[in-house]
Design a protein around this ligand. Structure first.
Ligand SMILES: NC(=O)c1ccc[n+]([C@@H]2O[C@H](COP(=O)([O-])OP(=O)(O)OC[C@H]3O[C@@H](n4cnc5c(N)ncnc54)[C@H](OP(=O)(O)O)[C@@H]3O)[C@@H](O)[C@H]2O)c1
Length: 217
């Protein structure tokens, strides 16, 4: 562990109980949502009380429940970055893979808020009823992959301008020598992510990678 004692979890919601030096005491009693509490810090939100720098506690609007506030940290900020990292999406088509998930649901809402047309995927067809958007049932094993331009000029199927897909979190940067040795001993290889290189190259695609602990402010 990076600290001798760690209280996990970065996200939460609650009421400001006390303020430290230099922080406006008028914030006491305000409902807030918290993010990044245990990002590069030892003490997170799996506790009754959490202490965070003032900017990590954001006022929560009266119409947002604590449950919503407590889910805005990693999922909400990741969703926002996923949709808007390359600029406005107004007029674009955005594909959200796994639209019923924590991140996916927020990404779809943010993309629509930003003026995009949103295409979402779900896994079981029965989940289509749970999606509050125009739904198309596309039988098959997985989402359609973008293909190369047709050499005979036949019309291509439409494809999104922007595709938000979240893979599991890997933190190889943080694996020191000791951790790498441990992994070798355990014969656990870090999982590799494979991309279909040639189709992506011919489509001139951009891949953007995300690590929610390290988004720029
Ligand atoms: N890079 C980062 O900084 C960062 C930050 C946050 C999250 N993440 C990653 O993002 C992913 C999603 O996180 P989450 O919290 O949103 O998880 P989640 O709430 O479990 O959502 C995942 C969603 O994807 C759906 N799904 C799975 N396979 C699918 C498929 N083949 N086709 C369509 N939908 C499929 C799941 O449906 P079912 O319920 O049917 O399984 C579920 O609704 C995770 O891998 C997480 O580690 C990364």
């Amino acid at each position: 562990m990076p600290f001798p004692r760690v209280i996990p979890h970065s996200d939460g919601a609650g009421v400001v109980d006390a303020t430290g030096g230099g922080v406006d005491p008028a914030r006491i009693g305000h409902r807030v949502w918290i993010y990044g509490a245990q990002s590069y810090r030892p003490f997170g939100t799996a506790a009754r009380l959490a202490v965070v720098p003032a900017h990590l506690a954001v006022d929560l609007p009266a119409d947002a429940t604590d449950e919503v506030g407590a889910c805005l940290g990693i999922p909400g900020i990741t969703a926002h970055r996923t949709v808007f990292a390359d600029g406005p999406v107004d007029g674009l088509t955005v594909l959200v893979h796994g639209v019923l998930g924590g991140v996916g649901a927020l990404a779809a809402q943010l993309a629509r808020w930003g003026g995009a047309a949103v295409i979402g995927t779900v896994r079981p067809a029965g989940d289509l009823q749970r999606v509050n958007m125009d739904a198309v049932d596309r039988p098959g094993p997985g989402p359609t992959r973008p293909g190369r331009p047709d050499p005979r000029g036949r019309p291509r199927r439409s494809r999104p301008d922007h595709r938000g897909e979240l893979l599991g979190q890997h933190r190889p940067r943080r694996h020191g020598r000791q951790e790498r040795r441990r992994r070798r001993r355990l014969r656990h290889r870090p999982r590799a992510t494979h991309f279909p290189f040639w189709p992506m190259l011919f489509d001139n695609l951009t891949i953007r990678l995300y690590g929610s602990d390290d988004f720029p402010p």
